[in-house]
Design a binder for this molecule. Sequence first.
Ligand SMILES: Nc1ncnc2c1ncn2[C@@H]1O[C@H](COP(=O)(O)OP(=O)(O)OP(=O)(O)O)[C@@H](O)[C@H]1O
Ligand SMILES: [Mg+2]
Length: 315
Amino acid sequence: MSTHLIEVNNLRKIYSVRKKEYLYAVNNLSFYIEEGETYGLVGESGCGKTTTGRVMLGLEKADGGSVSYRGKNLCLLKEKEFRPFRKELQMVFQNSLSALNPRKRIGDILEEILLVHGIKNSAKRRETVMDMLTRVGLLEEHYFRFPHELSGGQVQRLGIAGALIVKPKLIVCDEPVSALDVSIQAQILNMLVKLKKEMHLSLLFISHDIGVVRFISDRIGVMYLGTLVEEAKTENLFENPLHPYTKALFASVPDPYMKKKDFEKLVGEQQKRNEMFLGCAFCKRCPNADEKCRKEVPELREVESGHKVACHYAK
Ligand SMILES: Nc1ncnc2c1ncn2[C@@H]1O[C@H](COP(=O)(O)OP(=O)(O)OP(=O)(O)O)[C@@H](O)[C@H]1O
Ligand SMILES: [Mg+2]
């Protein structure tokens, strides 16, 4: 039996940007997350990571493909039918503060989430909130504080508390530590790893920071222009990156080990993908691109067990 908790198949999200002009923010994207797994989605700004997370959680409608959660296609559900899944699928944002009501005390914010999810007993709510605050490394006294009275790191802890308090199965973490300094990043990542184990969670971890994704992920999908160009177990990806884009990403990491490999740095800019787009998503920036790359979309093919790459010439 499949242990895939969630499966994304040929997902597509198209935005209309101007009259008769469309942008393919997510295009033919497929991956799965197993129960208990952390899947890292990495790629440069604008490649469609956030859009993917939002569509998976039903915050935006897909324009094609499916998101299958425990065998149910979430894309076909109406708002009311989606409700039972809201509790199980939660999201943590880069800037949790903007999602918090500044006029409410932290305790009330968290209790309200429980109330929405049907916990009517106020003593139970308070107890759950106090427990959650300490689990994410906040203090019970924070219950009475307002969001703006917290530091950046504490705000992100609160964002995580808000997602975890309803005991979800999967959380989508969208750049949850990107705005924090490195030492606080490490503390929060370690906390996420610990909570994931304790609460039997699965994680989709979105980031443009390859180092952060490497630390936390079991498997990694490298995304470029709305689609996956490479996917592998974390250690395999770092040991043997195959796609020219993955190599270019690694070349930009200030890590002497990676530098040794002498990968070519990324030049130029990401194009916009629209209906006129032919060929490989990366061909305009690829040092090895030829006529075939400009005409034929390379399939994401498995080159060794669990290691997939979408490049005509990757071996
Ligand atoms: N509501 C929208 N309307 C039109 N275009 C959008 C909308 N949301 C996102 N886009 C576009 O879709 C593409 C993907 O955006 P998305 O936010 O998913 O990227 P990202 O990988 O999360 O980037 P970042 O790392 O900067 O957060 C971008 O080109 C963006 O401009
Ligand atoms: Mg984003």
